[in-house]
Design a protein around this ligand. Structure first.
Ligand code: ZN
Ligand code: ZN
Ligand code: ZN
Length: 379
């Protein structure tokens, strides 16, 4: 397989693309009965405008989207140049505020005094409190709750990026199978994984879980100082961003020959992952995919050891709506992209998880990871 790191980058999103996203977001907000959306630095702002300020955000930066007005961004004057230089800048107008001025008074001029606004989850509490002080008649709802579908349905250019990230994660996994496991620390294998993700074109590594032996029973175990030994199951869960979109893959490998029980637990998780994948089609509720995975594991007698939801959405972040979890009735829609990652965690002993990124299409699920699910044996 060619090195996915050397493939041409996809054409960048344009001002027109961002204008379209902002217009859709404003319409969706109005449909949901909101006066508009307030978006501060974070993934929603990056997705809507292409602007991802790297400076500290104790100075208020705030995009306001409302159905009846042009998108407006309030920015500290010292960052106004950057805010005007991003790909989406043609699609919003910026207003600068200077140190010493009250940014919340400036923000109030952009808002309806009695409006109910959706506000991005990553907005700082101090900024929301400032807005509430300046406009006591306003009300706010978290964007992920008010508009869970805002970024959930991906278009073709987004799916192309997610597929490229998935292929790069596949390549990183294929390469990590050739490194030495036995006798090395989890943190060393994690460093190998991170280097491989970057080598295959990721710009950012978000996590490299290496859970060996009993540590594998902690689903989000941080790779640590434990030395991996022959006979260990090792959970490898890794991902990050490539071309601005996420990867997130888990495979569980074994050092040397597995026991019959280890093989059996792995087979059950593999079967649960496949069953959940086959349940994906438009109109099926998110919680149904979780139920299908859980049923396989429960029937095999390990239900109490599957201690997390089955999956989460992925896009410009590695964890976002929709969530495949009991109680989430949101129906799957073509273009939704999410993980399917059942697991079994036996405390003090070992864990197994298998995770792919899947896109819902008109005909069912399509995997964005092509790595085989069998338990790879490493040395
Ligand atoms: Zn073993
Ligand atoms: Zn993962
Ligand atoms: Zn995941």
């Amino acid at each position: 397989m060619a090195d996915t790191g050397t493939q041409a980058a996809p054409a960048p999103f344009t001002s027109a693309d961002y204008a379209d996203r902002m217009a859709r977001a404003a319409r969706t907000a109005a449909d949901a009965g909101l006066a508009g959306l307030i978006v501060m630095p974070g993934p929603d702002l990056a997705w809507l405008t292409g602007y991802l300020p790297t400076a500290t955000t104790e100075r208020l930066t705030m995009l306001v989207l409302a159905p009846d007005r042009e998108p407006g961004m309030l920015v500290p004057v010292l960052e106004q140049g950057d805010a005007r230089a991003t790909a989406g800048a043609g699609a919003y107008r910026t207003t600068g505020w200077k140190d010493g001025e009250d940014p919340y008074a400036a923000a109030a001029a952009l808002l309806r005094p009695d409006g109910r606004y959706g506000i991005s989850d990553s907005s700082w509490a101090m900024h929301l409190l400032g807005l509430q002080r300046a406009l006591p008649g306003t009300a706010y709802a978290a964007l992920s709750e008010a508009l869970p579908m805002l970024r959930a349905v991906k278009d073709e250019p987004e799916l192309t990026r997610l597929a490229a990230a998935g292929a790069a994660a596949d390549a990183a996994y294929r390469d990590v199978l050739t490194v030495r496991f036995a006798g090395r620390r989890e943190s060393e294998v994690a460093a190998d994984l991170a280097a491989l993700l970057l080598a295959h074109g990721h710009s950012q590594v978000d996590f490299t879980v290496v859970g060996s032996g009993p540590n594998g029973a902690d689903p989000h175990h941080e790779a640590g100082e434990r030395v991996i030994v022959d006979g260990d199951m090792v959970v490898l869960d890794f991902g990050g961003l490539k071309h601005g979109y996420g990867s997130d893959t888990t495979r569980t490998v074994h050092v040397g020959e597995p026991t019959a029980e280890e093989q059996r637990v792995h087979d059950i998780v593999r079967e649960a992952q496949q069953a959940a994948f086959e349940a994906v089609r438009p109109g099926v509720a998110c919680e149904e995919v979780d139920r299908v995975a859980r049923a396989v594991i429960t029937e095999a007698g390990y239900g109490e050891y599957f201690i997390h939801r089955t999956g989460h959405g992925i896009g410009v972040t590695t964890h976002e709506p929709p969530y495949l979890v009991a109680g989430e009735r949101l129906p799957l829609v073509p273009g939704m992209c999410f993980s399917i990652e059942p697991g079994i965690y036996l405390p003090g002993r070992f864990g197994v998880r298998i995770e792919d990124i899947v896109v819902c299409t008109e005909d069912g699920g399509r995997r964005l990871n092509a790595t085989p699910h069998g338990m790879a044996l490493v040395e």
